[in-house]
Design a protein around this ligand. Structure first.
Ligand code: SAM
Length: 212
């Protein structure tokens, strides 16, 4: 998702108090950014931020960090925060490939991936956010009892993601191939922008929850 022609988005992001400007400087010390020791949960590839802003508003006792690669997209989430002003939510503009340079060992309590880019070419498989290469990065930053939750409407990406779990040393807690008709897993489900768009078209939503 790349929005074009958003004039000055980089400058707005660089001046926003909701965006942590030097994330690498906080490795292992994110509690000080929030001023408390509440658990820290992250969403990678948060897009315009509908999911994480809703989650953060619902759970003030948990700290959230939304990570997004592009300023033009992150700008939309920043605009939401100017209205919401949530003290338990921060954003980072970065490529998640560098995630281990930003969070210390076991510093993150939970990780969400929603409608991650599919990178359909085989030679790009390692760029997919649920790939074994990314699971190895998540292993480093997540606490031992942490879960990763992944949602998508892309069947090929979901099949790939399921195949990556065991070789990466993770285990399945729950899986559904039709989230919106799964009475248990759909409880409290927060829709993302993509989820809303694709489920309105009739696409089933796939979800897994995994742990080590
Ligand atoms: N999660 C949102 C949703 O469900 O509506 C957005 C989904 S969109 C298809 C994927 C988003 O992930 C894009 O905004 C993209 O820029 C971001 N993204 C993809 N790869 C990323 C990476 N390596 N690091 C950070 N963000 C990434």
């Amino acid at each position: 998702m790349r929005l074009r022609n958003v004039t000055g988005s980089r400058e707005i992001i660089a001046g926003s108090r909701f965006v942590v400007q030097e994330p690498f400087a906080h490795k292992g010390r994110w509690s000080t950014v929030f001023g408390n020791t509440n658990p820290i949960c992250i969403e990678i590839g948060m897009g315009k931020g509908q999911f994480i802003t809703t989650l953060a508003a619902q759970n003030p006792q948990i700290n959230y960090i939304g990570i997004e690669k592009y300023s033009t997209v992150l700008l939309r989430a920043v605009q939401k925060m100017e209205v919401l002003e949530l003290s338990n939510l921060k954003f980072i503009r970065m490529d998640a490939e560098d995630i281990c340079e930003v969070f210390g060992k076991g510093e993150v309590a939970k990780l969400y991936l929603n409608f991650s880019d599919p990178w359909p070419k085989d030679r790009h498989a390692k760029r997919r956010l649920p790939s074994r290469q990314f699971l190895a990065r998540y292993h480093q930053i997540l606490s031992p009892d942490a879960y990763v939750e992944f949602k998508t409407d892309n069947q090929a990406l979901f099949d790939f993601a399921l195949e990556e779990i065991t070789p990466a040393g993770w285990q399945v807690e729950a899986v559904t191939r039709d989230l919106h008709h799964d009475a248990v897993l759909n409880q409290g489900n927060i829709m993302t922008e993509y989820e809303q768009r694709f489920s309105e078209k009739g696409n089933p939503i796939y979800k897994y929850i995994i742990y080590r």
